[in-house]
Ligand binder design. Structure first.
Ligand code: AHR
Length: 496
């Protein structure tokens, strides 16, 4: 048997919302401070306090939407502490993340500036756990009201005349846990109450996102959809890929076995089942699929790098992370009928980051390269794919060895993203391009991300160990591509 994939270039199955390629940046460890915000007086080159090297790197991957300020931090954040002259801003303790002092120097104005510089849409998460309805309502007024009002006037006093465009607003985070330890029935009622005062001012229309389930907590989705579904535009879901059995032994980011590699692949494939099951519940209450499933936290979560603050969640990023990213983004593409946004955790220096920084130095992670390669799928039309894939077996467990997703871009190009999950075997894959005659195919190119060892990663000393390269190990005969994928590789094939 061989790996056989049929890409139906003439069967479009909906649009892959570009927001599936979204990101998340929390006041956690060195994500915001050091990673993004260095302040205007820093020797690190910056634009109004935001470091230029990070901006340049993130612009390249077309970040469509950025979630902020948390995470768990969101339900302890009081936005009024983060506006006005910086030296007068309140200093607070970031109790969730390392007990460090938060000086509130990065607040609403700084975040909106970051989004403007990145040309990304802001996605702000409000405080339900320890905040008030008034506080949330006034934040939206502060940001979006165009006229005379107490909050709009205060915004102007603080230097911003025009309101900002704000589309995405989350009403709390993980309210089953760090956001208040609530029961779904209680949160559903609070959601209904809080969202009432998240107003649409003028032309600004807010897409309201309710705090969703932890992993496979299907009851949470059931209750939220039945009790509050009609008041929301999106419902979130959080799932992290953790290879270890427990949260106290998650496993090392770089020092792991082939068994852990396999477990990580298996656990990242679990996202498919989760999205399918939550979507099935949502279909019951919302068959038209009006409410989007918003996977606003996902990614790998390993033990922190030895010697670093356990509350800072700083981890390295290997070719294994690249495979997790490739698989998960394929899953989201394939479920684009329901998944309208996803936000990998987290952009800089935290969990499965795009970039890591050390002082003035910056490195791009293997995950960054996957986002760069996959950006061709943003807003493209999902194509129907049929596949027959060889198993990848280990310790009498089986998972598919190859994972795929395909789309057609606005210019007619077909892009096929393929992951070879097997860390030891190369895979020969034939891809039949149906609905596309050979006369139409003018050019086929491919980019690959792969490496030699399962734990290969980029360091500040050797930043280019895992880098994408152009790939030629394929043939095209009639309308069939035969591709020899090396072990542990992520490949994007462009057919023009
Ligand atoms: O991303 C880190 C944390 O994980 C977030 O703050 C929280 O929402 C989740 O538990």
């Amino acid at each position: 048997m061989e790996n056989k994939i049929i890409v139906n270039a003439d069967i479009e199955q909906g649009t892959i919302n570009k927001n599936i390629y979204g990101h998340f940046a929390e006041h956690l460890g060195r994500c915001i401070y050091e990673g993004i915000w260095v302040g205007e007086d820093s020797p690190i080159p910056n634009t109004q306090g935001i470091r230029d090297d990070v901006l340049e790197a993130l612009k390249q991957i077309n970040i469509p939407v950025l979630r902020w300020p948390g995470g768990c931090f969101a339900d302890e954040y009081h936005w009024k502490d983060g506006v006005g002259p910086r030296e007068e801003r309140k200093r607070m303790v970031n109790t969730h993340w390392g007990g460090v002092v938060e000086n509130n120097h990065f607040g609403t104005h700084e975040f909106m500036l970051l989004c403007e510089l990145l040309r990304a849409e802001p996605y702000i998460c409000g405080n339900v756990g320890s905040g008030t309805v008034q506080e949330m309502s006034e934040w939206v007024e502060y940001m979006t009201f165009n006229g005379e009002s107490p909050m709009a006037n205060w915004r102007k006093e603080n230097g911003r005349e025009e309101p900002w465009k704000l589309t995405y607003f989350g009403v709390g985070n993980e309210n089953w846990g760090c956001g208040g330890n609530m029961r779904p029935e209680y949160y559903a009622d609070l959601y209904r109450q809080f969202q009432t005062y998240v107003r649409n001012y003028g032309v600004n229309k807010i897409y309201k996102i309710a705090g969703g389930a932890n992993v496979a907590d299907y009851k949470w989705t059931e209750v939220l959809m039945s009790e509050a579904g009609r008041y929301m535009n999106g419902l979130s879901l959080h799932y992290y890929t953790v290879p270890g059995e427990t949260w106290t032994a998650k496993g090392s980011a770089t020092d792991f076995t082939e068994d852990e590699w396999f477990t990580t692949m298996k656990k990242s494939l679990f996202m498919d089942q989760l999205v399918t099951n939550h979507s099935t519940i949502m279909d019951k209450y919302d068959p038209e699929k009006r409410v989007g499933l918003i996977v606003d936290e996902w990614g790998t979560w390993f033990d922190v790098e030895p010697g670093t603050n356990p509350g800072f969640l700083y981890q390295q990023n290997t070719i294994r992370d690249a495979l997790v990213a490739g698989i998960t983004l394929n899953i989201f593409n394939n479920h684009c009928d329901r998944v309208q946004m996803a936000n990998i955790a987290q952009t800089v220096n935290v969990l499965q980051a795009m970039v890591l920084t050390e002082g003035e130095k910056l490195i791009l992670t293997p995950t960054y390269h996957v986002f760069d390669m996959y950006k061709v799928h943003q807003n493209a039309a999902l194509l129907a794919v049929d596949s027959n894939i060889i198993d990848y077996e280990r310790n009498s467990e089986k998972i598919p060895s190859v994972h795929v997703s395909a789309s057609k871009a606005g210019n007619g190009d077909v892009n096929i993203s393929l992951c070879n999950l097997d860390n030891t075997k190369s895979s020969t894959v034939t891809v039949e391009l149906q609905g596309m005659s050979t006369k139409v195919i003018q050019n086929v190119t491919a980019t690959i991300l792969t490496s030699i060892n399962i734990n290969d990663h980029n360091t500040f000393e050797q930043p280019d160990t895992v880098m994408p390269t152009s790939f030629n190990d394929f043939t095209l005969e009639n309308n069939e591509l035969t591709i020899d994928m090396p072990p542990m590789s992520v490949l994007v094939v462009n057919v023009q």
